[in-house]
Design a protein around this ligand. Structure first.
Ligand code: SAM
Length: 310
């Protein structure tokens, strides 16, 4: 286990760009005032495009998480994804803080090897948490991950988000963080699913997430989108995909595939979504590690009492 000082120093050392500078500033103040950490900002508008400015505001959450868990430190400080997890995790923590909410039963869909579900329980942000991932993901996770999860009271489910193995209305919070875009089968050079099939599977998965939420429950989802008319390459691509961009939605997919599907499934955005493409065109700080005109976006929806039919 790395010490708290060592963790923060590692954060400062490994991060690049804006997050590196902000965490480094935080590290200095933490070293000088060990009792103080950067403030944990409440988030009133959680349905938004990625923003480096917001990453800086959310760095207090990164500090807390990094101090609590060495795996989270590595994820937050990963220089390849430049502040992305600080934003994704921080936006949720900031919203729960803003509303003073503590969901009792949570489900994290597409967890992979993430330690965030464990942190949600350990920090008291949620009561209990269950994770869901494909069988191969559980086989690939670090040898001690299952033991760590079990020791922290995290229940691991095996299955697909296309058919969530849980009863209707069984969770107060469902999270799905940087996972739904992998419904296109990537990263694998062998899989070539059509965009139409990808969108159709996405609507099925969203319906499943809505189904397992109790009325009044929250769905927090993050995923990637890009402007196809401005961007044709992907800084994250691991193989030559012949000009095709995988595991990202076209910006114009957001409204029909996400916003409308969630509304149909009975989820209303908790605040008017700030998903204006002009922000992505005008502000390079909205772009991600994948390149200019890529963004991650977050959506937080609350399930109404009864699903609304089209
Ligand atoms: C980028 S990783 C997860 C990131 C993680 N949520 C975090 O916070 O760091 C994407 C995960 O989605 C999972 N995934 C892909 N397709 C899935 C499906 N149909 N059902 C459940 N999980 C899936 C993958 O196995 C992988 O573990």
């Amino acid at each position: 286990m790395v010490t708290a000082g060592g963790k923060i120093a590692a954060l400062a050392w490994t991060q690049a760009g804006a997050i590196r500078r902000s965490v480094a500033r935080g590290a200095l103040s933490l070293r000088a005032h060990p009792a103080l950490s950067a403030p944990q900002t409440p988030v009133a508008q959680p349905s938004a495009l990625f923003s480096q400015r917001q990453v800086r505001r959310l760095s207090g959450y990164a500090h807390r998480m990094a101090r609590a868990d060495d795996r989270l430190l590595r994820r937050l400080a990963d220089p390849r994804i430049r502040g992305l997890r600080t934003w994704e995790y921080g936006m949720l923590l900031g919203y729960l803080r803003h509303r003073g909410l503590k969901p009792e039963r949570a489900l994290d869909v597409g967890t992979g090897d993430s330690a965030f579900p464990r942190y949600l329980v350990a920090s008291g942000a949620v009561g209990r948490i269950t994770t869901l991932d494909l069988p191969q993901a559980l086989e690939e996770q670090a040898a001690d991950s299952a033991a760590r999860a079990a020791a922290s009271g995290v229940e691991q489910l095996v299955g697909s988000m296309l058919d969530i193995p849980a009863p209707d209305a069984s969770f107060d919070l469902v999270t799905c963080i940087s996972a739904i875009e992998h419904l296109d089968g990537q990263p694998s050079p062998a899989v070539t699913r059509s965009h139409q099939r990808f969108l159709a599977d996405t609507t099925v998965a969203l319906g499943e997430m809505a189904r397992v939420l109790r009325p009044g429950g929250l769905l927090y989802l993050t995923t990637d989108a890009y402007l196809p008319e401005r961007q044709t390459t992907d800084g994250w691509a691991k193989f030559d995909s012949g000009g095709v961009i995988w595991s990202a939605y076209r910006f114009d997919d957001i409204e029909p595939t996400f916003v409308e599907t969630l509304a149909t499934a009975g989820l209303r955005p908790v605040a008017p979504p700030e998903l204006d493409r002009r922000l992505l065109v005008a502000d390079p700080g909205r772009s991600t590690f994948r390149g200019r005109y890529f963004t991650t976006f977050a959506l937080l929806g609350e399930r109404a009492d009864a699903p609304r039919l089209r």
